[in-house]
Each structure stands twice: as structure tokens, then as C-alpha cells.
Design a protein around this ligand. Sequence first.
Ligand code: SAM
Ligand code: SF4
Length: 460
Amino acid sequence: MDTGFIDNERIFSYLRSARPPDARETADILAKARQLKGLDPAEAARLLLLEDTDGLQELFAASLYAKSEIYGKRLVLFAPLYVSNLCNNECLYCAFRKSNDRITRRTLSQDEIRRETELLVDQGHKRLLLVSGEGLGEAALAYSLKAIETIYGVKRGNGEIRRININIAALPVDAYRQLKQARVGTYQLFQETYHYDTFRRMHPQGPKADYLYHLTAMDRAMQGGIDDVGVGILFGLYDYRFEVLAMLQHIRHLEETFGVGCHTISLPRIEPATGSDLSLHPPYAVADGDFRKIIAVLRLTVPYTGMILSTRENAAMRREAFSLGISQISAGSRTNPGGYSSGDSGEQFSLGDHRNLEEVIRDIVGHGYIPSFCTGCYRLGRSGADFMDLAKPGLIKRYCLPNAMTSFKEYLVHYAAKETRAAGEELISAMLADIPDEKTRETTVANLGKIEAGSQDLYL
Ligand code: SAM
Ligand code: SF4
């Protein structure tokens, strides 16, 4: 069993020797965490063992502190665009797995991709996550490149997609190079489980069955020039403590090799999927309390990494997760190809949050968060190590908050219903005071005025 840079023995030894921290130790670790320089794996392991209510409350308070210090009150919004549910793999948890005959299979034509994109643009989306099964064989790369071109080509009055991230199967270096040239933003691929035996059992057939090839995809992506990569764990397959510590090893490996870790971490929990018994009874289902703890520990351990929550989670959990450390969410999602035009059929899994974008926005605003459609950093070349250099000294707040405001204002002017616009504008006005630098505040006020008068796409 070759697990590459994942050192199983080390992780198990942390877990064997670590005991839940007492009040004093918890306070010490959290005091260090509040310096926003991250935690080492041994400290993360201790926090993951926390069970007592007081200790957990302190953990949550520290993660809220880190979240607001670094990101302020802004939440980035995106929509997934599923283009194909054909797949040659047999992932036991997924409805798209090859032998599942209980879903309708579909690969969108370029015209259908254009139509889906138009519908998302018309809702006000600016960021898409392109998602696909692994069923197109040798045509897959060309198809994805064409899809990206089609999506970027959609212009609808005031709307367009300004950033495409992508979640597709592991590829060779040259394919990543081509994706980079096509202006792909973050490349996402979830290891699902870092535990070798579990990985092998969960992926009995198909290209994804190769643990090491899957594990080293981010190395190849970075070699191919993609400097923003997104990792993830599918929670419920194996012990979450092992998974989190292994993912931290993955991030450390990327930092040591390429000078920058991952740009985002996704935290899906297994949801019921048609034709997957395993998805109905995940072997290591993660309870809500543990899930909160995972989010908080990660926020403190890798404070500058974006954390993504999808519509797999219900509205109540999503709201809690914002204050614990989540910085990006999907909204108004469909997980079947063609889902925005033609409704549900052939879904990947069932959603926990069925609200449309506007409903999600009203809810977020009601909780004092500014929804952000900003894509400024990427378009100014602030990605990879440059982004991290900017994020680490806390500057992200200086750019992100004003940019969240101007991109949200654009949404309010062009897409929102009257009440949403009123609530959103009130929040923007109240939040201007949170911009620390006076000059930046003045520029932001001026930009908000320009957007009101018809300008678009203004960012710092
Ligand atoms: N086919 C590519 C792959 O597997 O990496 C990318 C697309 S796949 C549809 C995206 C992700 O969906 C997977 O990485 C997996 O974590 C997640 N997923 C699959 N089945 C799921 C389920 N039942 N509940 C929640 N997430 C699931
Ligand atoms: Fe295919 Fe990805 Fe689903 Fe596995 S998780 S069956 S690779 S779509």
C-alpha cells in the first residue's frame, strides 16, 4: 500500500496518544489560534477530541474571531453547473456511478450549456463551478475546454460569468495546462477519503480506483500552472479525525512543494443518492456537533484558506457554519445536468437547501452578511501564493469587503426584487463603517454611486 505523502502511522499515533485537552490546554491552544498564524497538526488533533461543552463553546468563539478578523462579514456565492452525469467509476456513494440504472444519463450539448449558463446569469450569478462525471473518456478534456469557452462567451445585458472553477476527474499535467490557458480558476478534486483501505473499497472500479493517482492530482495541477486548487473530504466514509489530519498533511505537502497550500477546502457530508445504499447509511456518519467542530478546527488551523459549504446542508446548518468559518457557499443549486432548464431528474444527490438565489441572499443579509460575487483577485492575478501573501497580513478584509459591497450592489441594481434591494442597500450603508481605511471607504462610496448610475464590474 503506497499512500505517498500521507503518513498513516503518524496520524494514528497522534490519535492514539492524544487525549481531549483539559480547560487549561484548550485555553492555551486557542490563545495561539487567536494569533491567526495557524495550528500544528498535534494541536488540531487535540481540538478534534474536544467533547466538553465549555471547551467547544470556546473553540467556536475563537473560530468566529478568526473568521471575522480575516474575512469580515462577507460570503462568496457561486452555483454549480453539472454538464454530464455519465461516469466510468463505481464510487459507492454516488448516483452517477456506472452501474446505477436508476437515473437518466445525460451529457449537455454546447447549446444546452449556454442555456443553463444564461439562466444562472439571469439570476445574477458571476461564479460557476463546472462539475462532471468521468464518463466521456478521451473526449472529456476537449469537451470541458469547449464548455468553458461557451460559458465565458455568454453575455446577457448586464450579466456574464467572470470566474469558472472546475470539479472534474484527475488529469495529466498537460491537461491542467490547457485548463489554465482556458482561464479556469480553482481546480477542485476531493480525495473523498484519505484512508487507503476505505478508498479502495469505496472505489472498486474505474480510473478513480487508483488512490495515488487521485492523491497526486493537485501536484500535477500545480505543475500545469493552476495555482489555486481546492481539496475536500466526503465526510461519512471514514473517521473524521483521521480524514482532517490527513488533509492537513496534504496541504502541508503542497506548501512545502509549491510554496502555497490549497486555495479552498470543501466539506461535503454524504447525502442520500438514488441507487446508493451506502449513501443512506454512511459507515462513519458525521453528526451535526462534530461537523461544527470540524469547521471550527480547520478555520483555526489553516486560517487563510477558503472553506466551502454546498447546498447539501440545510439552511439552519449553513447559517451556523458561516459564523464558524465557512467563507463560500453555493446557492440555488441543481445537481443534475440540465437542472436549471428542466428541473430534477438524474440528480447526483438530494439537496438539503432548496431555496433559490434570491431567497438565500435575503437570509444571508438578514443575518448581517454581505453576499459577494467578487472575482477581482483572480482577474488582477492575485491567485496562488500572491493571494496568500495578501491574505496573511489581514489585507483580504481591506479588498474583499469593499469588493463584496460593489459586486453585491451590482446584483441589487440589476437582479433583486424591491424588498431585497432595500434590505441589501441598508446593510451596505451600515457596513461601510467596517472598512478600516478612510481612502478605501471613499473610493467604495464613489464606486457604489457609479454602479447605481450604470457602471459595472468595479473592484479594488
Ligand atoms: N467526478 C468527479 C469526481 O468524482 O471527482 C467530480 C464530480 S463529483 C460529481 C463531485 C463530488 O461529489 C465528489 O467528489 C463527491 O465528494 C461528491 N459526492 C458524490 N456523491 C455524493 C453524495 N451522495 N453526497 C454528497 N456528495 C457526494
Ligand atoms: Fe463518477 Fe465522481 Fe460520482 Fe465517482 S463521485 S461516480 S467519479 S461522478
